[in-house]
Ligand binder design. Structure first.
Ligand SMILES: C[S@@+](CC[C@H](N)C(=O)[O-])C[C@H]1O[C@@H](n2cnc3c(N)ncnc32)[C@H](O)[C@@H]1O
Length: 305
């Protein structure tokens, strides 16, 4: 399927460039290549090199374009940023993460990320492994409810899990719209309110792709590879991700932080790694108007000692 690249705006691009501050001769990692918007802009901003990672094999064509255009300065390495240390052995001057699902993945019929498009209930970014359909058709009711509650922050998680299990006794749930209809039988849709399927779909997507585990491993892996003065820049889109990013940066900056269940105990001066870390930077009103998908974005960056 051909993708209209013009339709996909890189989120908070000017702020990303300002925070990453690419310089001539530097080596940067774009840990979430997607449509390559960040990689391209970094390569245009300085005479530097970029290594790009992505777990989704469908980005390969776009990566090949950049390899040709920026001869010798761009390299694509397929894989998960949770394997950062294995994928990138070089010392780097900066790394940028644009967490979550891309507009192409959301818009592409057949990937199953969107409840508004009839498609197989898939949601696998890497197109391998356990799908969302596997989870809803096999997990015990209580585990399903916990997953929807923890990753979707859905208060009606128990009722939704009960309905799913009731439904799958007669036939497996195979499409996005089937699951959405089950959710609507528990929570009615109301005009102007967030679609009731949003939180359950988010929860399944996070679980299918182990998004929070990947984020923790990716941040740690990238930080290990940063040179002194190197920059870690992260754009995230919901509170679960942002909590991990915020606590990671705070802790590595030696500040006492609220201890997350995803991270080990409070910071001590022994593990001070960052000399500076930013507060959350938000997209401009102008960007939100042009690209409503940017409205929940938050950018945070940190600079290594
Ligand atoms: C929001 S998009 C990035 C868009 C990109 N910044 C641009 O300007 O076009 C996120 C991308 O990260 C990829 N991704 C998400 N989690 C990943 C992971 N753990 N490892 C590698 N790639 C991942 C997705 O497949 C998707 O292509």
């Amino acid at each position: 399927m051909s993708i209209d690249f013009q339709k996909h705006f890189p989120v908070m691009l000017p702020e990303v460039l300002q925070s990453l501050a690419p310089r001539n001769g530097g080596l940067y990692v774009d840990a979430t290549f997607g449509n390559g918007g960040y990689s391209e802009a970094i390569l245009e901003a300085a005479d530097c090199r970029v290594i790009a990672l992505d777990r989704d094999p469908s980005v390969r064509g776009r990566a090949d374009d950049l390899t040709k255009r920026f001869d010798g300065r761009f390299e694509f390495r397929p894989g998960r940023f949770g394997d950062f240390s294995a994928l990138v052995s070089e010392t780097i001057d900066g790394a940028v993460f644009d967490i979550g699902v891309s507009s192409m993945q959301l818009d592409e019929a057949g990937r199953g990320f969107s409840f508004s498009k009839e498609a197989p209930l898939d949601m696998r970014m890497s197109q391998t492994g356990t799908s969302a359909a596997d989870l809803v058709n096999t997990l015990p009711e209580e585990e399903l409810a916990d997953l929807i509650y923890q990753y979707g922050e859905e208060r009606k998680s128990r009722a939704i899990a009960r309905k799913i299990v009731e439904h799958r006794k007669t036939a497996p749930i195979v499409t996005t719209t089937e699951l959405a209809t089950i959710i609507y039988s528990v929570i009615r849709r109301t005009p102007h309110a967030i679609d009731p399927a949003t939180r359950t779909f988010q929860a399944l997507r996070i679980a299918v792709n182990d998004e929070l585990g990947e984020l923790e491993k990716g941040l740690a892996g990238a930080t290990d590879r940063l040179t002194s003065g190197g920059r870690l820049v992260v754009v995230d889109f919901h509170s679960l991700e942002d909590r991990i990013v915020k606590n990671f940066m705070k802790q590595k900056a030696g500040r006492q932080s609220h201890v997350s269940r995803y991270l080990p105990a409070a910071a001590t001066t022994d593990n001070v790694v960052f000399c500076e870390c930013s507060k959350a930077i938000l997209p401009s009103q102008n960007e939100i108007e042009k690209n409503p998908r940017s409205r929940s974005a938050k950018l945070r960056y940190a600079v290594k000692l």
